[in-house]
Design a protein around this ligand. Sequence first.
Ligand SMILES: Cc1cc2nc3c(=O)[nH]c(=O)nc-3n(C[C@H](O)[C@H](O)[C@H](O)COP(=O)(O)OP(=O)(O)OC[C@H]3O[C@@H](n4cnc5c(N)ncnc54)[C@H](O)[C@@H]3O)c2cc1C
Length: 325
Amino acid sequence: MYEAIIIGGGPAGLAATMYCARKGMDVQMITGQLGGKASLSLNLPDMSEYHVLKAREQVQVFRGQVEYLSHLWRHGHVSQIEEDADGFSVTVTAPSGTGRRAGDDATTHSDGEILRAERLIIATGTTPRLLGVPGEREFMGKGLGSSAISYSHLLRERRVAVIGDSDRAIEAAVECAMQADQVTLVLEPHAEYSHGHLQLVERQDTIEVLNGYRAVRFDGDGFARRMDICRGDADCAEDRPHRQIEADAFFIEREPVANSGMVEHLVHRTTRGAIQIDATNVTSNPRIFAAGDVTTVGVEQILVALGEGARAALSAYRQLTLQQL
Ligand SMILES: Cc1cc2nc3c(=O)[nH]c(=O)nc-3n(C[C@H](O)[C@H](O)[C@H](O)COP(=O)(O)OP(=O)(O)OC[C@H]3O[C@@H](n4cnc5c(N)ncnc54)[C@H](O)[C@@H]3O)c2cc1C
């Protein structure tokens, strides 16, 4: 039985793991991908690396330590969690090529391996909802991104296009308009937004709102330069979109999916799946902690996720220590 299992190895999970290890806790981190979304970035034409707080170096410090202390973690996907009086049973499906560790405190199960823990720290982040149109993957990171709040300060005197299906896109457009010369906000068909939010952008001279359009392709040279859009759900010929938007930066600002399904029966979540936490990163279940983008903190920044991970670990440690007094 581990003292804690940390699920997710992005900035929040890496920091949580190292803070638990530093306190001498017997822990195991399980993650699909080491580093999480910290490896994603956006480059814009004529942009200096020094203007961006990518926080890669800070993540690398924790990642390097976790990689070196290989007994602390494993690659795997957590598909199911059950709670009982002593703690939790965590079902882990190992990706092909990785096996069970020697001396593991784990039992096998037809659906995967089962690990046991007294406490859980959920740091599984979110999954972006992409558009699935030609050019999107090719230009992702090159003039096309999905975290406007990370880059809005770089948009001075640039033209920007934001596309999305909720208030998140409207808020991103407002933020970009604080710096950019001109912002085109494309609200997709079936978008759900508050009318108060829409009125806010409609009052701004620098924001053009195109309501009920969808992207059909991105095009450019080394960077995304154009987004073709069509009106409504109607087809429009590939070479004759209803409109072509030219910009220096494009942001896909759809609400991402919180990777919290495995604890839906154990903790309170918002309607969007974000795990509700208090100021010490405890969820509605006192033995489950959460940190980073998967929670209601809602900031989506690497340094915040690192800090949240550290705090979740210290809260779990404190709880376990007090229990032993
Ligand atoms: C395009 C883009 C650019 C960005 N640029 C910046 C930037 O410049 N600066 C900045 O501060 N922030 C930036 N961000 C935001 C930043 O990346 C996130 O806020 C941060 O990575 C969140 O960390 P996290 O640990 O909460 O989640 P994540 O980084 O999403 O990590 C979650 C981890 O959990 C794992 N996981 C998920 N489900 C399971 C499961 N069931 N079982 C096991 N493992 C699981 C995943 O494999 C992943 O490793 C950017 C985001 C995007 C999308």
